[in-house]
Design a protein around this ligand. Sequence first.
Ligand code: ADP
Length: 438
Amino acid sequence: MKSFVKRSLFALVAIAIGVAVSFAASEYIRDNFIAYQLNPEGSIAWYELIVTAFQWSLIALSALLGGFVYIGLAFKEETQASGKAQIKDFVVSQGQFRTMYELGPTPYFIISPDGVIAEPNKAMLRIAKGTEAEIEGQQFSAFISKDDVEKWNDLWHKFGRDLVLSDEEIRITPRDGIERFVLMSLFHIQSGTRKGWGLGTLVDITERKEIDRAKTEFVSLAAHQLRTPISTIKWYAEMLAEGATNLPDAQKKYLSRIEEGTRNMNELVHTLLNVSRLEMGTLPIALEQTDISALATSILEELAPETSAKSLSIKTDFNAQPISTDPKLLRIVMQNLISNAVKYTPEKGEVKVSVAQSGRNVRVEVADNGYGIPKEEQDKIFSKLYRASNAREKVTGGNGLGLYMSRAITGILGGTISFISEKDQGTTFTLTIPSKSA
Ligand code: ADP
């Protein structure tokens, strides 16, 4: 504020001088100023500048206006600066923080090193469906749903190793017995020399999960319903094709288009059914001794029409023992990876599939020298329905479900999936599949 007062005084003095000069000018001054200019031929031209009282007044008025603008700007600057200072000076007091903790909408609690709940806030009591006396002092693990106890033990162990837990999805069963889905976070807090305590927060995502489940069920139902009419079209198209020896060429072409269309629809319906089973957790797993090299060979044979149509060079390197896994599920994953390599590689490109032993795991690599995945889109590639921009431009057939499904299935099989890719250079997907005990 001080600098504003100083500047205003300065501006007021300037205005006062301006006004005084103007007054004097209008009363007494009618000055003549003389100016001259040296002409090139040596003569001198004289000019007379006459400043009238009116002109003096204009000068004074400008000084006046300038002064006011100056004060205005100084005031604006001052207000902004003091605003900033006020924000900086505003500190959440301990009492205010306590109120936020107590009454805020997010469930908060403190957890002791042996997993006991302390200081549950009001929102925590609401989600746990109990009074303070009923919740405080309880083991947090007592609220974890039976099916997620193992997951909780892993997470608690992780927290014990000084790691932060951030938005971990877990199911809890509050005191009313109705299960809820929450995202749980646990942060380490230190109080004096006491260590191992945590601050926990929960975000209730039950409704979101229910909406997701309803959507999945709808997709599953629609896919089931579509299977019958598609089979009918396929069946009759095949019957027509069988007796089509004396059909004109154009009609034969139409028939093969119908067959191709129904094949694609059938595949899509299959994929949708698998995605919904996966999301509902109803995809059955059946373990058996599986020769992954034989699986790769059979997939490559199936894709032979596509690979030869594009004149792709196919390389293989198979060297692994059979392992116990689910061959049907693994086939879905490998089929996706290999068919993507074929789909996203231009004519005369190369696709290499290798299957190798890596300790007790089998490592499958599918490499191509095709279109690649742009760096900035790589983190979205496993998301449901995502297709990279270059893939959308170059290949129209695709639904963005293959990799989403592949990653989820790989997780079910206990394996990992990753890739490296360079745009216009190629992509290599790596899959590791452990031998599972039945
Ligand atoms: P889509 O049906 O589109 O192939 P996917 O889920 O199988 O769906 O793959 C998702 C996206 O990942 C593809 O649309 C493509 O952008 C990218 N992608 C997958 N595999 C490859 C590959 N081998 N080369 C280049 N891009 C790939």
